[in-house]
Design a binder for this molecule. Structure first.
Ligand SMILES: Nc1ncnc2c1ncn2[C@@H]1O[C@H](COP(=O)(O)OP(=O)(O)OP(=O)(O)O)[C@@H](O)[C@H]1O
Length: 273
């Protein structure tokens, strides 16, 4: 597999003048074409900052990011954030269509494509609805549908399921898993949820506390296609324990009194309700 994103010596500081604080890095990271890479790390270690640098939303203070744009005709990147980022005054259909409008797709072609994507995301019946009438899961499906309708080479997702309740989160993880396994585009996925990272990722990068660096880069050995059943296996639990011990050490070493903000086994949470 070819490299798709190369992060080389990236750092980011915040603050003005002499009061600059290093929030991230230096980070070196390669993400291969078609790889699903998850990033976990203590709160405030710079995960979102790294994602925003890769998205081109902010500049690094040092280092550089190289992204290979395979086909210049195709859309390079799309992003999905936890707050759904959909317009409350637009219908589901218009929100999904928005991605295409930005690419100036011909009208008839766009219409057919929107209908197809709405069907794929089980949103056809809600096409004319406004977002406030939908459940959290449906709203997040609208965000993902809008990002995927442009068929981006890279999908950047920052805690996309954080606002959902535990049960819905499991459902959405499995939906994303199925969807991704159909076309395997490059995904960079930031999460606090360890079982989400293990279920979805080909690799999980564990970041250190602030300023965030790569603490470990772990290959997830489970065969594809995966399903949610994987969560119940002892190998899965062992991988979760390994990630958790890395993070727990990191958090207690850096900030002994701070809540790591890391969630393990949401399945257990669901079972215990
Ligand atoms: N625009 C900004 N101005 C000043 N400081 C910032 C800015 N953006 C981020 N930071 C700081 O940089 C550090 C990293 O923030 P970032 O949001 O990337 O962390 P994170 O790992 O994504 O956190 P969380 O897991 O809590 O979402 C934090 O200390 C944060 O306060």
């Amino acid at each position: 597999m070819q490299e798709k994103i190369v992060v080389a010596g990236v750092e980011r500081s915040f603050g003005a003048g002499g009061k600059q604080t290093l929030a991230l890095g230096p980070i070196d990271l390669q993400i291969r074409d078609g790889e699903f890479l998850c990033i976990v790390g203590p709160s405030g270690c710079g995960k979102s900052t790294l994602l925003r640098i890769i998205a081109g939303l902010i500049n690094p203070s040092a280092g550089e990011v190289t992204i290979v744009h395979r086909d210049k005709e195709s859309h390079l990147m799309a992003t999905v954030f936890q707050d759904y980022s959909i317009y409350p005054w637009k219908t589901v259909e218009s929100n999904v269509r928005l991605g295409l409008d930005l690419t100036n797709a011909p009208k008839q072609e766009a219409k057919a494509k929107v209908a197809k994507v709405l069907e794929k995301f089980r949103l056809s019946k809600a096409a004319k609805s406004l977002p406030h009438t939908l459940s959290g899961g449906m709203r997040q499906r609208v965000s993902i549908a809008r990002a995927l309708i442009v068929e981006p080479e890279i999908l950047l997702m920052d805690e996309p399921f954080a606002a959902l309740d535990a049960q819905l989160r499991l459902v959405m993880q499995e939906e994303l898993l199925t969807l991704w396994q159909q076309d395997r585009r490059t995904v960079l996925f930031v999460t606090h949820n360890l079982d989400e990272a293990i279920l979805l990722g080909d690799r999980v990068v564990v970041m250190s506390g602030s300023p965030g660096k790569v603490l470990e880069d772990i290959q997830i050995p489970f065969a594809r296609p995966r399903t949610g059943e994987l969560r119940g296996t002892s190998e899965f639990a062992a991988m979760e324990a390994r990630l958790w011990s890395l993070l727990r050490n990191e958090v207690s070493r850096n900030e002994p009194d701070v809540d790591p903000g890391i969630k393990t086994s949401s399945l257990e949470e669901v079972k215990s309700r």
